[in-house]
Design a protein around this ligand. Structure first.
Ligand code: ZN
Ligand code: ZN
Length: 235
């Protein structure tokens, strides 16, 4: 049920319209108050709730990642992964200022080199192509009606894709951290997206700890990981 139809709105108790009206200035957008999840009436309640949480509590990473009462972990992770893809596009826009075929002819992060899985055979795409292909691939998969026919119930057989999606999205952060540090830090200061990703990964076991190559707290500490240069061609 939607409340956007004015004929039905009059018959229900008044609910503030939670959308930006035409002509809303950017700085005035999304200025409606955060409400609890049970107040949302749209089919995209969980997505709207998450986006509202991010707008109002961007720095409260624990709160952002905590499973809302009465909801399934599978659907909550799904919304987070979709949201990460959306927001990573803004990091890509920043990266495009200095990441190109000349500066980064291969997709590397520290000593690791990754092959792009978005092709019939794993391909040595330059970093920015790898990043764009990977984001597009993740978005396409998450929007696939075949694998994710409903946002309310996730098929058991599709949950396995969360880890491969998260592992590949992580490499975008890693490339930015190792090769475009200023851009990474400016973006992170503004958005705390990597902090959210890490918390999500930790909470739901998305990326194995030995694959997390960005040093925690900016201290280089490689003791607990295998630092052998590697490429990943898995799907
Ligand atoms: Zn680069
Ligand atoms: Zn590619």
């Amino acid at each position: 049920m939607t409340l956007t139809d004015s004929t039905t709105e009059t018959t229900l108790k008044p609910t503030p319209v939670r959308r930006n009206r035409p002509g809303t200035k950017f700085e005035d957008a999304y200025q409606f108050p955060h409400i609890t999840l049970d107040k949302y009436e749209s089919a995209f309640a969980l997505q709207e709730y998450l986006q509202s949480l991010i707008r109002t509590n961007k720095e409260d990473i624990d709160l952002l990642v905590e499973l809302p009462p009465g909801h399934e972990e599978d659907t909550w992770q799904y919304e987070h992964l979709r949201q990460l893809c959306l927001e990573l596009n803004y990091l890509v826009i920043q990266l495009e200022a200095e990441c190109n075929r000349q500066s980064c002819p291969e997709m590397k992060a520290d000593e690791w080199m990754y092959l792009c899985a978005a092709h019939p055979t794993p391909t040595n795409c330059c970093a920015i192509d790898y990043i764009v292909h990977t984001l597009d691939g993740a978005t396409t998969l998450l929007n696939s009606h075949k694998y994710f026919p409903s946002r309310i119930s996730i098929p058991e057989t599709s949950i396995k894709y969360y880890q491969s999606i998260a592992r590949r999205l992580y490499r975008i952060f890693a490339h930015a951290w190792f090769h475009h540090r200023e851009i990474f830090e400016a973006f992170e200061n503004e958005n705390q997206l990597y902090a959210r990703f890490l918390k999500l990964s930790d909470r739901y076991g998305l990326v194995a700890k030995n694959l997390l190559i960005i040093p925690q707290n900016n201290n280089i500490d490689n003791d607990d990981r295998d630092n052998t240069p590697s490429s990943d061609v898995s799907n």
